[in-house]
Design a protein around this ligand. Structure first.
Ligand SMILES: [Zn+2]
Length: 427
């Protein structure tokens, strides 16, 4: 059974902050298919379309019939642990700092045998004794996660969940669990922001700083969240470089997770409104706001990614599924989110070497005032908040919450041009 994680003691400021060493991350192009699925929380292996063989490790052709028709297919991960190894020595700096480390060999029910990192709840396979009755098998459930370098790895879990399983030392290296972490949520005035704060507190966050651009205004719902002992309101205006820089000076060295949910959303295309004021306001928060925030908070986060058990871990961007393809009735908003998405990819590349995970959330229309005229289904703020906490806990990188976003991303993958035409004709 996993022991619950205890709140770490305050850091001794005299001690040197450790540098992050990443696990080895070189992967061939074919193997990146597994990483792409793990980034969305799925365990996928190649399945041959001709002979139905399930393949591991990934290759360019089927190991049985040499067909090149391989399709990445979701796996249920059920299997049997056939052997276990505990590393007590490693030449790799990442593992050397984390020894001992359990690895296992799992024979999947689907066919292939895979190498996994073993969760602490998985029992060791009993030794087989010659002449004795065969030892009972140890069942495991294999899942895919992204490691600190952003590459897919397989993890063997016990089939039954246990209360503190998320606190497993190895698993916490693969996730960005909010428990005992200090989090900045950039906007607390919206329903989404408030739902997020509540969900993060419920997930065990140590401190949640909540940005508020107009601290003199009494806004509905704010009293509810400030009543929580973990929550502190902080002045933060993402349109103002000095405001961002001042807050970074004050708390930048303590933040472990940044959640940027601040956005401006107006429902206009190009012809419906003259001038550029509304579009500029959207860009100023949705794009430049992210840029200002990343420049001020990014370096501090990167410097503390190896700093103890509750080290700096993640950066979350609330984008929009309209970032993938422009939704003309919300045309300028879509454009600002497309710009933010592109910048978030840059941020992800820059944060990767330090082991900080950048998580992008692409919700469909949210149940808020700017989507009043859109028909359902819409994502409720609480559902959006839940999906963000789940992404942090499971180490997922790209999230498409809600039915609309799920459908959009599928249509976009199938054929972006067809989606563009469908959106232009209002379907
Ligand atoms: Zn085959």
């Amino acid at each position: 059974m996993t022991m619950p994680l205890m709140k770490p003691r305050k850091k001794n400021p005299v001690l040197r902050t450790r540098q992050m060493n990443l696990p080895p991350f070189a992967r061939g192009r074919t193997a990146l298919g597994m990483t792409a699925a793990a980034a969305e929380g799925r365990f996928e292996l190649q399945v041959c379309q001709r002979c139905a063989a399930v393949q591991y490790p990934p290759r360019d052709a089927c190991h049985r019939c040499l067909s090149a028709q391989l399709r990445w297919t979701a796996q249920d991960g059920a299997g049997e642990l056939i052997s276990e190894t505990v590393l007590h020595h490693s030449n790799d700096p990442f593992y050397r700092e984390r020894l001992p480390w359990r690895l296992g060999l799992v024979r999947l029910d689907a066919g292939p045998t895979v190498i996994v990192h073993l969760h602490g709840d998985v029992l060791s396979p009993p030794p087989s004794i010659a002449g004795a009755a065969p030892a009972p098998t140890v069942r495991v459930h294999v899942g895919a996660r992204l490691d600190r370098a952003g590459a897919a790895v397989l993890i063997g879990f016990a089939p039954e969940e246990s209360e503190h399983m998320a606190d497993d030392k190895m698993l916490r290296e693969m996730t960005s669990d909010p428990k005992f972490r200090k989090i900045l949520v950039t906007d607390g005035k919206t329903e989404v922001g408030q739902a997020l704060v509540k969900a993060l507190v419920k997930a065990g966050a140590d401190i949640v700083w909540v940005g508020h651009a107009e601290p003199w205004k009494k806004l509905p719902g704010l009293d509810d969240i400030t009543a929580l002992p973990q929550v502190t309101l902080v002045p933060l205006d993402l349109t103002n470089g000095r405001s961002v820089s001042e807050l970074a000076g004050e708390i930048g060295g303590k933040v472990d997770i940044v959640v940027n949910n601040a956005e401006v959303h107006r429902a206009f295309g190009i012809a419906a409104r003259r001038g550029t004021d509304a579009a500029k306001a959207e860009m100023d928060i949705n794009y430049f706001g992210l840029l200002r925030l990343a420049q001020e908070f990014g370096p501090a986060l990167k410097g503390r990614s190896a700093d103890g058990e509750t080290h700096a871990a993640a950066w979350v961007n609330v984008l929009s599924v309209y970032a993938l393809s422009n939704y003309p009735p919300h045309g300028t908003f879509s454009a600002s989110k497309a710009a933010a998405y592109s910048l978030a990819q840059c941020l992800r590349a820059e944060m990767r070497p330090s082991g900080i995970r950048v998580i992008n959330i692409f919700p469909g229309p949210i149940e808020d005032e700017w989507n009043q005229n859109l028909p359902p289904p819409k994502v409720a703020p609480t559902a959006l908040a839940t999906s963000i906490v789940k992404a942090l806990k499971q180490g997922i990188e790209d999230v498409y919450p809600g039915d609309v976003a799920q459908e959009w991303v599928e249509r976009w993958r199938e054929n972006p041009k067809v989606l563009e035409r469908e959106l232009a004709s209002g379907s």
